[in-house]
Design a protein. Sequence first.
Length: 217
Amino acid sequence: MSPPLLLGHRGDRCAAAENTFAAFDLALGNGCDGFEFDVRATGANECVVCHDARYAGMEVEGASLLSLRAHGQFPLLAEIIDRYGVTAFLDIELKAAGIEEQVLAMLAGRGLHGFLVSSFLPNVIRTIQSLNCNTPTGLIFDGRRCGADWRELDVGYVVAEKSLVTRQLITEAHERGRRVMAWTVNREREMLRLRDWGVDGIISDNTALLCRTLRPG
């Protein structure tokens, strides 16, 4: 059984502002294989790294990058790929539809260390797959948000909220050739249990604890 990928949730949210270079650097510095982060489109259709649809009273999809950066770092996806792509595993979560083609163009021919394009939105996954069937994709879901059964989509990754990850889910996913990623796992006993069950990836806010627990020394 291979050890799970260890990923920071929006970097290391316990010690730095989420979705920033500092958070990503901390996750890697603590020993993670990579990190998960969120991507939306600005008003100029730039692929910007941010989680929420609104910041400082602005709708991200209608805002300029300059106005967003008056309130935070807001890296571009291209900057993340350039800085980390050849050394870190990138879990690229698309928060909305409409940028799938741009994202794939940025990823094409880059010789990346490893990556995954994930989303809560089944239509985003289907669009990615229709544009490039070789792109690793993952359906994210929790107890409230899931627009499709992972069994109905040809995804390589099942990205489930930790309370939904069971031995049975892992076994079934593996039998179907899928990998299972669990989020957001912030307690030592949960990290150990999921590792022992054979989960393929663990996403955590606390990357120091994650790496100390599962990669001591």
